[in-house]
Design a protein around this ligand. Sequence first.
Ligand code: PEP
Ligand code: MG
Length: 594
Amino acid sequence: MAARILQGIAVSAGVSVGKAFFLNRRRFDLIPRQTVAQDLAPFEEERLRLAFELTQADMAAARDKVPAELKEHAAIINTHLAICKDPKLLNKALKTVREMGITAEWALEKAVDEIGEAFSAIEDPYIRERYQDVQVVADRIQSRLMGQGKIGDIKAIRNRAVLLAHDLTPADTIGIEVSKIMSLATEMGGKTSHTGILARSLQIPALVGVTDLEEHVMDGQLVIIDGLKGRLIVDPDEEELAYYSDLKYQFEDYQASIIRDCSLPGETLDGYRVEVLANIELFEEVTAALDSGAEGVGLYRTEYSFLNRRELPSEEELFEEYSEMASIMHPRTVVFRTLDVGGDKILKDWNLPGEPNPALGLRAIRFCLKHRDLFIRQLRAILRASEFGNIAVMFPMISGLKEVREAKALWQRARQELRAEGRRIAQDIPLGIMVELPSAVMIAESLAREVDFFSIGTNDLIQYSLGIDRTNKHVSYLYQPLHPSVVRSIKQVVDAAHQVGIEVAVCGEVASDPYCVPILMGMQVDALSIAPQAIPGIKRVIRQTTMDECKGLLKHVLESDTVGAINRHVKDAIFKRSPEELTFYSSILDMDEG
Ligand code: PEP
Ligand code: MG
């Protein structure tokens, strides 16, 4: 019996109701052997046709890449291509869908079995064995059907659908055509995985880490994505549909109400101001940032324009992008975070050896210090975009002084090169680092003397402090933004920065959590940098509180030893002030009290 309510992790708020479209499933043994409603049979037929077409295209492309000296190999592919083009297999499968009212996958399996029986009656062993070729072709079509395909296969979607997948890489996610997707859910992924972050940028409700998603949902089934409480409901009944359409309206009303005041400053009732900045991943989000009241861009994740492309961008292309961004945001500041690839963000065709543990591997500044030409290319583009005088730069994943000094030396080198070429660049460009490793927390004061500002990346700080892979749903329950070690680490960094006299922002997801914001305020952070979508709500939380309250809350929190005690304090204190924000956005509301 299929489970009706599947639990996942809500990573992008909102509610949506629509038909499921599976982009990729992980397991072949999960062939959905199920019947489908009569009106869905044409959809299954269409999927079959598309899977055949795509398999033929794959095979033709593979054959064309075979070097001339491997003619035999090309001949085998041609045989397979001929089987795939022969209408018999497709027609048999289509007929089975129509007559039996079953899924495309199951129909294909039955059609192949039938052909297998016919082959087994053939006496000539050579011909009999040719059945293996049919099976090879059928497997490829099956894997296409089960969505082991590419994001481009979304073209199969006719009406806007709920995109489901075993997993989506950040590169996949940026390839999504938002006009065809109303929401998304994946079986893999954790609370702060980049896929979730991107879904928020795309402003579509999203869940990750949905248990047994592949087993319990079929293409074309009606599903509800509850991006507030992290639930996926399969085949909802009338009551559920009514409840969720109501919730959808409430959420949309709430959104509309907060957007009205979004251009007001992030200022507490007693006059303490914190800058509220935007985190953006894609250039197109600049408009969303401005529309939602961002006072600047506090984190531009520049690596996204390096993903999903065959050739890496040239200095000229980067310069165009960066200077356009600076000019649109002017006079507000844009903080360019230098390339943070590695981990779950892989550069296509870069031929990097697979790493056994990518989160602990050649990521971010480590990658850039190893591939200096690429790093310099980016630094030059950023420097050249500085003529408006409103940019800043920061290096990600700094673990110690040596890395900062090396990065700064390369920055100087790029600057000198440009000067020698007679280019115009700004005099003073603030240089900062992301504090996101426990080692950087411990030596924050020394690091603060090296740079102009800090930005605390709590997503990674939590990942590395609590030892939980951001992309792994099995340990997502341990994601505790108010774990005493996390709160104390952030406080230590803020104090160190202020001691030395530099500013400090927080740019991880914690900064957009209504529960965590008052605590960060109590520490007197200078800026919060968050997804544009979250800005209006967070400004409202700030504007509904006082610095005295925030400091009082922080004191209690710092005196508590357990996550449970901290969460209780926070819930009691904040709920009085901002009940709506907490209903709609909160990471600790449903959290275990440990
Ligand atoms: C972080 O680690 O908190 C952060 C903001 O950077 P990213 O999520 O891109 O790693
Ligand atoms: Mg990070």
